[in-house]
Design a protein around this ligand. Structure first.
Ligand code: HEC
Length: 113
């Protein structure tokens, strides 16, 4: 990530924090839960997807979808029971993923042009 983009992303996040403190708090807790539960290992720190996991952000799916998937998956991803990952934490993770900004248009990044 280059410096300009980091600054821009920081400014955007700052604005989001001012705009909706309660949601931002949930997103903050969600970031912690996303890291603590190891979601990042397969889905990337920003939920952008990686070699193992599908992208979860931006364009995050509804909480009901994510909950159903995380509780019941029997595929490549291990399921997380409510005991391990309570619904409240999952809601925070959803808020975190929703707060991830969309990637900028590559044409808007001077270094890439
Ligand atoms: C061991 C790697 C791994 C970990 C850890 C992991 N995932 Fe996944 N996840 C995957 C893979 C692989 C898929 C695609 C699986 C499939 O389609 O069966 C997936 C799919 C998903 C999907 C469905 C996406 C879609 O668009 O259908 C959601 C939601 C999801 N993961 C959320 C999470 C959350 C939240 C956590 C942490 C609590 C997490 N994952 C941890 C590997 C992982």
């Amino acid at each position: 990530m280059n410096f300009k983009f980091a600054t821009l992303a920081g400014a955007a996040l700052g604005l989001a924090l001012i705009a909706n403190p309660a949601q931002a708090q949930s997103a903050d807790k969600g970031r912690v839960a996303f890291i603590k539960n190891g979601c990042w290992q397969c889905h990337g720190f920003e939920g952008q997807g990686g070699q193992a996991g599908l992208p979860l952000a931006p364009n995050t799916k509804p909480l009901a979808y994510i909950t159903a998937f995380v509780r019941n998956t029997r595929g490549a991803m291990p399921p997380y029971s409510e005991k391990i990952l309570p619904n409240a934490d999952l809601a925070d993770i959803h808020a975190y993923l929703q707060s991830r900004p969309a990637a900028p248009d590559p044409k808007s990044i001077p270094l890439l042009n």
